[in-house]
Write a protein that binds this ligand. Structure first.
Ligand SMILES: Cc1cc2nc3c(=O)[nH]c(=O)nc-3n(C[C@H](O)[C@H](O)[C@H](O)COP(=O)(O)OP(=O)(O)OC[C@H]3O[C@@H](n4cnc5c(N)ncnc54)[C@H](O)[C@@H]3O)c2cc1C
Ligand code: SF4
Length: 327
């Protein structure tokens, strides 16, 4: 790791002013479970001169509910979400997503804001500088993508964004999208559907460089609602998703009246399955309908040679997650 200045922010205002002072050469750090790896491996083109610690800011670790819904402070850990009786009861899909993220140790330090702000994953992009130097692909400002002609077995099956096929790896992102959350930052409220953007260079969100997530608000589900999350990964104990899926369904009089379904690990941004959602409306949620929704979810897939297998996974996981909701 190279030398950098470490600041313990005393307040959100202090953290923002430190970011503004150091401009592009600074990052905020929460649990550090993603960021420290990036620093150690020197994966960025420019090494940051300032790391601003958010953990020293009071008031960002609260889980509470009110009439608007569930408020999760930016520093709430994944373990706290997974183990919260409040979350498990009303927002089961989110509790399960947090429970399935990484390992117990990483969930103890990893925060909800860090989870949705982590960078997209690609082994070429994250190739450690100390082993033969950095690989300067398109995402680092280089000219070509190494994954398309190279090893892309875990990459996008829905095409490229700016020639890049690195996938968004977050487990909680699809759950928050299914549950229609709002990300509250130091400057605005961002609907979760508009939060992720692989268009933004190396970062995976629409956040400005001096903008910090302070809270995530998840609305109360309507009566008759259920949510669920599933993940397919190589190893159960710890691994990023090859494909994951979250769904939230509301049923009235035996028929689905609202549905939100989101896949992740399949594209540069988490992917809403809007055609599948539309199919469900006005119908009883049966096994056959869930399978049809799975088919529709991958209708536009454009897999590459080594990741065709993910299409079948995505199709199946959508159907299975929907049936979890039905149960
Ligand atoms: C071995 C390993 C396995 C993993 N497995 C999984 C997995 O299965 N699923 C999964 O989803 N993730 C996984 N991760 C990724 C990561 O650990 C988690 O996503 C974790 O939740 C990140 O949270 P953090 O608080 O540690 O973030 P940090 O590492 O502190 O930060 C991550 C990024 O978010 C930014 N950031 C943090 N907080 C804020 C904020 N409040 N506002 C704005 N930006 C912010 C940081 O600047 C940084 O760019 C894994 C990581 C490792 C090392
Ligand atoms: S997929 Fe993206 S991050 Fe990976 S090598 Fe290609 S451009 Fe770089």
């Amino acid at each position: 790791m190279k030398r950098f200045n470490h600041f313990d922010a005393t307040s959100i205002e202090d953290a923002v002013s430190l970011l503004q002072k150091h401009k592009d050469a600074s990052y905020v750090i929460a649990g550090g479970s993603d960021l420290v790896g990036c620093l150690k491996d020197k994966i960025w083109m420019a090494y940051p001169e300032a790391i601003i610690n958010l953990k020293t800011i009071p008031g960002l670790k609260e889980i509470r509910t009110d009439e608007d819904g569930l408020h999760l402070g930016a520093l709430v850990t994944l373990t706290e979400i997974a183990e919260s009786d409040i979350v498990k009861k009303e927002w089961a899909g989110l509790a399960e997503a947090a429970r399935r993220t990484a390992s117990a140790l990483l969930r103890n330090i990893g925060t909800i804001a860090g989870n949705i702000c982590q960078e997209n994953r690609c082994w070429y992009y994250r190739y450690p500088n100390k082993i033969g130097g950095s690989i300067d692909c398109v995402r680092k400002g280089g000219k070509r993508c190494l994954a398309v002609p190279g090893d892309h077995r875990f990459h996008s099956i829905f095409g490229q964004v700016k020639k890049c096929i690195a996938v968004n790896p977050s487990d909680t992102a699809p759950a928050l999208i299914a549950l229609n959350a709002v990300v509250k930052t130091t400057t605005r409220d961002v609907a979760i559907d508009a939060f992720f953007s692989a268009e933004m260079g190396s970062q995976s969100t629409v956040l400005d460089r001096d903008e910090i997530v302070t809270e995530i608000l998840v609305p109360h589900p309507a009566p008759g609602s259920a949510s669920a999350f599933r993940k397919l990964a190589y190893r159960k104990a710890i691994d990023f998703a090859m494909v994951n899926c979250a769904a939230a369904i509301t049923v009235e009089g035996g028929n689905v009246i609202s549905a939100r379904i989101c896949l992740n690990g399949v594209h540069n941004n988490p992917r809403r399955c809007q055609e599948s959602e539309a199919l469900l409306i006005g119908q009883p949620l049966t096994d056959a309908l869930a399978k049809q929704a799975g088919e529709l979810a991958v209708a536009e897939a454009k897999p590459l040679l080594q990741n065709i297998y993910k299409v079948q996974m995505a199709k199946t996981i959508v159907a299975d997650t929907l049936m979890d909701c039905a149960e």
